[in-house]
Structures are given as structure tokens and as C-alpha cells.
Design a protein around this ligand. Sequence first.
Ligand code: SF4
Ligand code: SF4
Length: 194
Amino acid sequence: MEAQVLFEADLSPEFLDELAALPEGKHLRECIQCGNCSGMCPVTPTLDHSPRRIFAMIRAGMKDEVLRSSTPWVCSSCYRCTVKCPSDIKITEIMYAIKRRAIREDVKPDDTDAHRFAKLFVESVSKNGRSHEMGLLMNYMMFHHPVAMMKQSVFGMRMIGKGRMPLFAHKIEDLDNFRKMVDRAVELEGAEGV
Ligand code: SF4
Ligand code: SF4
């Protein structure tokens, strides 16, 4: 991370309060900066800010930098950090809270299109009740990374041949109720304020 001069006027100290007020933010203020989360995280080498640093930035009121970070989008939700946090901070859930806030404020990470991928993934799951890798691949890779898609086509064909990647989406049985649940979650998320 490049050395950066921070001016008080550019900081948002209320950001910590807002996240801490969420159910998943209960122990947020108790981060002791031990670094267990960063040490445990399997994707740390690919992150622009490690989980430990994200919590330091939240505490410092660096809201814009946190919302612009690719870290929550690259997070694979493996929960290793959450299990190992000595302060019982719901780290993975906080990553989701940051993503929700970034979507609401239309802030996108500078160096990744994980934001777009996440949106397409959610659309796919909302449509079928479960993820459909082939549909996601066509919507995401074909239009945004066609060269990479061509390079991986042999591997993809093998996956299809072995039945590991179905061509057509399998919808869940009670899709109507699933969509009601998603709509309700969106409604609650909107009311929650973060
Ligand atoms: S493991 Fe928990 S306490 Fe330690 S740095 Fe990460 S969030 Fe903070
Ligand atoms: S849940 Fe996310 S931040 Fe935590 S260890 Fe897994 S990938 Fe890293």
C-alpha cells in the first residue's frame, strides 16, 4: 500500500458506527489487529487490502477506500477468518455488508470486474434458485473475456462431457417461494440502512 496522507475532513468516522450497528457488526470494535484473518485467508495474495487492513481502515473511517477495495468481492466466503478470529468478529458477514453498501452507493473497485461478476451470479441464482455455471460463463466470459474463454474451452468441454457442467439450468422446485424470499431479503436490506 502506498503511503497516504489522510485529512480528517475526508474521513467518515460514522462508517464504523454504521457497520457496528448491524447484527453482524456486534464485535467489530474489538478487533485487536492480530492478523489471524489475513494469515488464514486463502486469497490474501490476490487482495488489494488484507482482511486485517480492511478492519483497520474501517476503524480509521476510510469509508471510500474500503468501498472501493476489491477485497470483499474477491473474498470466497470460506469463513476461515471468522472461525479463527479471537474477537469473534463476523468477518465474512462484514465483507457482505461492505458489498451491499458499495452496490447501494454505486462504488466499484478500480482494478477488478468482480463487481460485475457478482451481479451476474446473483441474477443467475435469482432466476433459477441455484447457480448455473454455463449460463454464468456465457454471460460473463463471452462478453467480457472472450480470449480467456477460448483458452479454457477445451477444459470446459471436458467438464461438460463428464457431466460436471450442465448445458441447461435446473430450476429448483419451489421457485416462486424462493423468489418471494429473495424479494423479502432485498426489502429488509433496503430498510437496514447499510
Ligand atoms: S482476526 Fe479478528 S481481531 Fe485479528 S485482525 Fe482479524 S478481525 Fe481483527
Ligand atoms: S471468508 Fe473471505 S476474507 Fe475470510 S478467509 Fe475466507 S476468503 Fe479470506
